[in-house]
Design a protein around this ligand. Sequence first.
Ligand code: BG6
Length: 296
Amino acid sequence: MPVDIQRIEMDTLACWRIRRGDAELVVAEQGAQVLSYRGADGQPVIWLSEQAAFVSGQPVRGGVPVCWPWFGDLTRNPQAVQAGYQGSEPPAHGLVRSVDWTLLDSRSDAEGATLTFTSPGNLPGWPHEVQAELTIRLDQTLQLSLTSRNQGQETVTLSQALHSYFAISDIHQVTVEGLDGLPYIETLDGWQRREQQGDLRFVGETDRIYLDVPSRLALRDPAANRRITLQVEGSRSAVLWNPWIDKSRRLSQFADDAWQRMLCIETANVMDDVIRLAPGASHTLSVAIGIEPNAG
Ligand SMILES: O=P(O)(O)OC[C@H]1O[C@@H](O)[C@H](O)[C@@H](O)[C@@H]1O
Protein backbone atom coordinates (compact mmCIF):
# COMPACT_ATOMS: atom_id res chain seq x y z
CA MET A 1 0.00 0.00 0.00
CA PRO A 2 1.47 3.39 -0.96
CA VAL A 3 2.56 5.51 1.98
CA ASP A 4 3.06 9.24 1.80
CA ILE A 5 5.10 11.35 4.28
CA GLN A 6 4.76 15.13 4.14
CA ARG A 7 5.98 18.03 6.22
CA ILE A 8 3.09 20.31 7.09
CA GLU A 9 2.42 23.18 9.45
CA MET A 10 -0.31 23.35 12.09
CA ASP A 11 -0.40 27.09 12.77
CA THR A 12 3.13 27.72 14.06
CA LEU A 13 4.11 24.09 14.70
CA ALA A 14 6.23 22.07 12.27
CA CYS A 15 4.58 18.69 11.78
CA TRP A 16 4.83 15.49 9.78
CA ARG A 17 1.83 13.83 8.21
CA ILE A 18 1.80 10.19 7.14
CA ARG A 19 -1.00 8.84 4.97
CA ARG A 20 -1.58 5.19 4.28
CA GLY A 21 -4.89 4.60 2.48
CA ASP A 22 -7.49 6.28 4.69
CA ALA A 23 -5.21 6.09 7.74
CA GLU A 24 -3.60 9.38 8.69
CA LEU A 25 -1.11 10.28 11.40
CA VAL A 26 0.07 13.78 12.29
CA VAL A 27 3.11 14.30 14.53
CA ALA A 28 4.48 17.64 15.77
CA GLU A 29 8.24 18.13 16.12
CA GLN A 30 7.43 19.92 19.36
CA GLY A 31 7.38 17.22 22.01
CA ALA A 32 7.57 14.58 19.23
CA GLN A 33 3.87 14.63 19.98
CA VAL A 34 1.47 12.53 17.98
CA LEU A 35 -1.37 14.99 17.44
CA SER A 36 -3.94 12.83 15.72
CA TYR A 37 -4.39 9.39 14.25
CA ARG A 38 -7.17 8.04 12.06
CA GLY A 39 -7.24 4.32 11.43
CA ALA A 40 -7.70 2.43 8.15
CA ASP A 41 -11.45 3.12 8.21
CA GLY A 42 -10.81 6.87 8.48
CA GLN A 43 -12.21 7.08 12.02
CA PRO A 44 -10.23 8.89 14.77
CA VAL A 45 -8.44 6.53 17.16
CA ILE A 46 -6.32 9.14 18.93
CA TRP A 47 -8.31 12.18 20.05
CA LEU A 48 -7.27 15.76 19.39
CA SER A 49 -9.17 18.52 21.18
CA GLU A 50 -11.41 20.72 19.01
CA GLN A 51 -9.93 23.58 21.02
CA ALA A 52 -6.30 22.50 20.56
CA ALA A 53 -3.88 25.41 20.20
CA PHE A 54 -0.77 24.85 18.09
CA VAL A 55 1.50 27.28 19.86
CA SER A 56 5.22 27.06 20.36
CA GLY A 57 6.17 26.35 23.99
CA GLN A 58 2.75 24.95 24.96
CA PRO A 59 1.75 21.27 24.96
CA VAL A 60 -1.18 20.54 22.65
CA ARG A 61 -4.31 19.11 24.30
CA GLY A 62 -4.84 15.63 22.92
CA GLY A 63 -2.74 13.24 20.85
CA VAL A 64 0.06 11.47 22.69
CA PRO A 65 2.19 13.84 24.77
CA VAL A 66 5.47 12.29 25.93
CA CYS A 67 5.90 12.76 29.69
CA TRP A 68 9.63 12.48 30.48
CA PRO A 69 11.89 12.43 32.57
CA TRP A 70 9.08 12.39 35.10
CA PHE A 71 5.38 11.84 35.05
CA GLY A 72 2.79 14.13 36.65
CA ASP A 73 3.59 16.19 39.73
CA LEU A 74 7.30 15.68 40.46
CA THR A 75 6.68 15.86 44.22
CA ARG A 76 4.45 12.77 43.96
CA ASN A 77 7.29 10.78 42.43
CA PRO A 78 9.67 8.45 44.30
CA GLN A 79 12.57 10.30 45.93
CA ALA A 80 15.10 8.98 43.40
CA VAL A 81 13.14 10.63 40.57
CA GLN A 82 12.76 13.90 42.47
CA ALA A 83 16.50 13.94 43.19
CA GLY A 84 17.29 14.13 39.48
CA TYR A 85 15.80 17.61 39.14
CA GLN A 86 17.71 20.62 40.41
CA GLY A 87 15.47 23.47 39.25
CA SER A 88 12.92 25.24 41.41
CA GLU A 89 9.65 24.92 39.51
CA PRO A 90 9.20 21.46 38.03
CA PRO A 91 6.57 21.54 35.30
CA ALA A 92 3.85 18.86 35.30
CA HIS A 93 4.76 15.82 33.19
CA GLY A 94 8.46 16.59 32.82
CA LEU A 95 10.50 18.73 30.50
CA VAL A 96 10.04 17.59 26.91
CA ARG A 97 6.36 18.15 26.04
CA SER A 98 6.80 21.68 24.81
CA VAL A 99 10.29 21.73 23.32
CA ASP A 100 11.32 20.77 19.81
CA TRP A 101 12.72 17.31 19.26
CA THR A 102 14.97 16.56 16.30
CA LEU A 103 13.82 14.32 13.49
CA LEU A 104 16.63 11.80 13.02
CA ASP A 105 15.10 9.70 10.33
CA SER A 106 11.95 9.29 8.26
CA ARG A 107 11.42 6.37 5.93
CA SER A 108 8.70 4.41 4.23
CA ASP A 109 8.55 0.85 2.98
CA ALA A 110 5.99 -1.51 1.47
CA GLU A 111 4.04 -1.80 4.74
CA GLY A 112 4.22 1.61 6.34
CA ALA A 113 6.38 4.48 7.52
CA THR A 114 8.61 5.26 10.49
CA LEU A 115 9.68 8.55 12.06
CA THR A 116 12.46 8.71 14.66
CA PHE A 117 12.91 11.71 16.94
CA THR A 118 15.50 12.49 19.59
CA SER A 119 14.94 14.72 22.61
CA PRO A 120 16.94 17.93 23.03
CA GLY A 121 20.05 17.79 25.23
CA ASN A 122 20.57 20.21 28.13
CA LEU A 123 17.15 20.23 29.71
CA PRO A 124 16.92 23.09 32.24
CA GLY A 125 17.45 21.84 35.81
CA TRP A 126 18.11 18.28 34.72
CA PRO A 127 21.89 17.81 34.34
CA HIS A 128 22.02 14.21 33.12
CA GLU A 129 23.36 12.67 29.98
CA VAL A 130 20.25 10.69 29.23
CA GLN A 131 18.76 10.92 25.77
CA ALA A 132 15.23 9.93 24.83
CA GLU A 133 14.45 8.61 21.37
CA LEU A 134 10.90 8.15 20.13
CA THR A 135 10.17 5.91 17.17
CA ILE A 136 6.72 6.23 15.63
CA ARG A 137 5.68 3.54 13.18
CA LEU A 138 2.47 3.50 11.18
CA ASP A 139 1.48 0.32 9.39
CA GLN A 140 -1.68 -1.65 10.17
CA THR A 141 -1.25 -0.45 13.74
CA LEU A 142 0.39 2.58 15.33
CA GLN A 143 3.48 1.77 17.37
CA LEU A 144 5.32 4.15 19.68
CA SER A 145 8.66 3.20 21.26
CA LEU A 146 10.42 5.47 23.72
CA THR A 147 14.03 4.51 24.45
CA SER A 148 16.03 6.21 27.21
CA ARG A 149 19.81 5.79 27.15
CA ASN A 150 22.08 6.76 30.00
CA GLN A 151 25.32 7.97 28.45
CA GLY A 152 26.58 9.54 31.67
CA GLN A 153 28.60 8.25 34.63
CA GLU A 154 25.84 8.21 37.25
CA THR A 155 22.72 6.18 37.75
CA VAL A 156 19.58 8.13 36.85
CA THR A 157 16.02 7.24 37.86
CA LEU A 158 13.09 8.48 35.80
CA SER A 159 9.35 8.07 35.47
CA GLN A 160 7.54 8.50 32.17
CA ALA A 161 4.40 7.98 30.14
CA LEU A 162 3.05 7.89 26.64
CA HIS A 163 -0.02 9.91 27.55
CA SER A 164 -2.46 8.66 24.89
CA TYR A 165 -5.82 10.40 24.51
CA PHE A 166 -8.23 7.98 22.84
CA ALA A 167 -11.27 8.95 20.80
CA ILE A 168 -14.44 7.29 22.08
CA SER A 169 -18.12 7.57 21.22
CA ASP A 170 -19.47 7.97 24.76
CA ILE A 171 -17.62 7.78 28.09
CA HIS A 172 -20.75 6.30 29.72
CA GLN A 173 -20.63 3.26 27.44
CA VAL A 174 -16.97 2.32 27.14
CA THR A 175 -15.15 -0.20 29.33
CA VAL A 176 -11.47 -0.94 29.80
CA GLU A 177 -10.61 -4.63 29.82
CA GLY A 178 -7.53 -6.14 31.44
CA LEU A 179 -7.57 -4.33 34.80
CA ASP A 180 -9.76 -6.73 36.81
CA GLY A 181 -8.17 -7.63 40.15
CA LEU A 182 -5.30 -5.15 39.82
CA PRO A 183 -4.15 -2.84 42.61
CA TYR A 184 -4.51 0.85 41.87
CA ILE A 185 -3.83 4.17 43.53
CA GLU A 186 -6.88 6.42 43.79
CA THR A 187 -5.28 9.84 43.41
CA LEU A 188 -8.66 11.55 43.96
CA ASP A 189 -9.00 10.14 47.48
CA GLY A 190 -5.75 10.61 49.35
CA TRP A 191 -3.74 8.35 47.03
CA GLN A 192 -5.21 5.28 48.74
CA ARG A 193 -4.39 1.84 47.43
CA ARG A 194 -7.43 -0.10 46.20
CA GLU A 195 -8.25 -3.11 44.06
CA GLN A 196 -10.15 -3.09 40.78
CA GLN A 197 -13.25 -5.27 40.60
CA GLY A 198 -14.25 -6.25 37.06
CA ASP A 199 -13.72 -4.16 33.95
CA LEU A 200 -13.37 -0.42 34.46
CA ARG A 201 -16.46 1.70 33.71
CA PHE A 202 -16.75 5.45 34.08
CA VAL A 203 -19.23 7.15 36.38
CA GLY A 204 -17.30 10.23 37.48
CA GLU A 205 -13.90 11.92 37.45
CA THR A 206 -11.24 9.23 37.16
CA ASP A 207 -7.52 9.63 37.86
CA ARG A 208 -5.96 6.34 38.85
CA ILE A 209 -2.58 4.70 38.68
CA TYR A 210 -2.89 0.98 38.01
CA LEU A 211 -0.04 -1.29 39.06
CA ASP A 212 1.08 -4.76 37.90
CA VAL A 213 -0.64 -4.08 34.58
CA PRO A 214 -0.53 -6.90 32.00
CA SER A 215 0.89 -6.39 28.51
CA ARG A 216 -2.52 -6.15 26.84
CA LEU A 217 -5.39 -3.78 27.59
CA ALA A 218 -8.45 -3.08 25.49
CA LEU A 219 -10.87 -0.20 25.28
CA ARG A 220 -14.25 -1.59 24.34
CA ASP A 221 -16.50 0.89 22.56
CA PRO A 222 -19.81 -0.77 21.69
CA ALA A 223 -21.35 2.35 20.11
CA ALA A 224 -18.42 2.55 17.67
CA ASN A 225 -18.54 -1.22 17.30
CA ARG A 226 -14.83 -1.59 17.92
CA ARG A 227 -12.14 -2.31 20.46
CA ILE A 228 -8.95 -0.28 20.64
CA THR A 229 -6.18 -2.63 21.76
CA LEU A 230 -2.94 -1.69 23.50
CA GLN A 231 -0.05 -4.12 23.39
CA VAL A 232 2.65 -2.88 25.72
CA GLU A 233 6.28 -3.67 26.46
CA GLY A 234 8.57 -2.24 29.14
CA SER A 235 5.77 -1.04 31.40
CA ARG A 236 3.83 -2.44 34.36
CA SER A 237 1.86 0.69 35.25
CA ALA A 238 -0.90 2.67 33.53
CA VAL A 239 -2.77 5.86 34.29
CA LEU A 240 -6.47 6.01 33.52
CA TRP A 241 -7.81 9.54 33.31
CA ASN A 242 -11.05 11.29 32.50
CA PRO A 243 -11.66 14.78 33.94
CA TRP A 244 -15.49 14.56 33.90
CA ILE A 245 -17.58 17.72 34.31
CA ASP A 246 -15.96 20.10 36.79
CA LYS A 247 -12.31 19.56 35.94
CA SER A 248 -13.13 19.92 32.22
CA ARG A 249 -14.07 23.55 32.86
CA ARG A 250 -10.65 24.20 34.37
CA LEU A 251 -8.56 22.52 31.68
CA SER A 252 -6.85 24.49 28.94
CA GLN A 253 -7.74 23.81 25.28
CA PHE A 254 -10.67 21.66 26.35
CA ALA A 255 -14.37 22.10 25.54
CA ASP A 256 -16.73 21.85 28.52
CA ASP A 257 -18.30 18.69 27.12
CA ALA A 258 -15.17 17.07 25.64
CA TRP A 259 -14.85 14.63 28.55
CA GLN A 260 -17.63 12.59 26.95
CA ARG A 261 -15.53 11.90 23.84
CA MET A 262 -12.05 11.14 25.21
CA LEU A 263 -10.32 8.79 27.59
CA CYS A 264 -6.64 8.66 28.49
CA ILE A 265 -4.95 5.31 28.90
CA GLU A 266 -1.37 6.28 29.63
CA THR A 267 1.30 3.64 29.15
CA ALA A 268 3.63 4.42 32.01
CA ASN A 269 6.57 3.71 34.26
CA VAL A 270 5.48 5.27 37.55
CA MET A 271 5.50 4.58 41.32
CA ASP A 272 7.33 1.28 41.97
CA ASP A 273 7.67 0.82 38.19
CA VAL A 274 10.09 3.75 37.66
CA ILE A 275 13.19 3.16 35.54
CA ARG A 276 16.61 3.03 37.16
CA LEU A 277 19.27 3.47 34.48
CA ALA A 278 22.83 2.56 35.41
CA PRO A 279 25.61 4.19 33.33
CA GLY A 280 25.42 2.74 29.81
CA ALA A 281 21.98 1.21 30.37
CA SER A 282 18.90 1.77 28.25
CA HIS A 283 15.20 1.06 28.54
CA THR A 284 12.42 0.93 25.96
CA LEU A 285 8.77 1.61 26.68
CA SER A 286 6.47 0.77 23.81
CA VAL A 287 2.83 0.53 22.90
CA ALA A 288 1.18 -0.81 19.77
CA ILE A 289 -2.32 0.57 19.24
CA GLY A 290 -4.64 -1.50 17.09
CA ILE A 291 -8.31 -1.72 16.21
CA GLU A 292 -10.49 -4.80 16.39
CA PRO A 293 -13.81 -4.34 14.62
CA ASN A 294 -16.82 -5.64 16.52
CA ALA A 295 -16.90 -4.88 20.23
CA GLY A 296 -18.81 -8.13 20.86
O1 BG6 B 1 -3.15 19.31 31.92
P1 BG6 B 1 -1.98 18.37 31.82
O2 BG6 B 1 -0.72 18.87 32.47
O3 BG6 B 1 -1.74 17.95 30.39
O4 BG6 B 1 -2.39 17.06 32.60
C1 BG6 B 1 -3.53 16.38 32.26
C2 BG6 B 1 -3.78 15.18 33.20
O5 BG6 B 1 -2.77 14.23 33.01
C3 BG6 B 1 -3.00 13.01 33.69
O6 BG6 B 1 -1.96 12.15 33.41
C4 BG6 B 1 -3.06 13.24 35.16
O7 BG6 B 1 -3.30 12.01 35.83
C5 BG6 B 1 -4.14 14.27 35.46
O8 BG6 B 1 -4.17 14.54 36.86
C6 BG6 B 1 -3.90 15.53 34.68
O9 BG6 B 1 -4.93 16.46 34.89
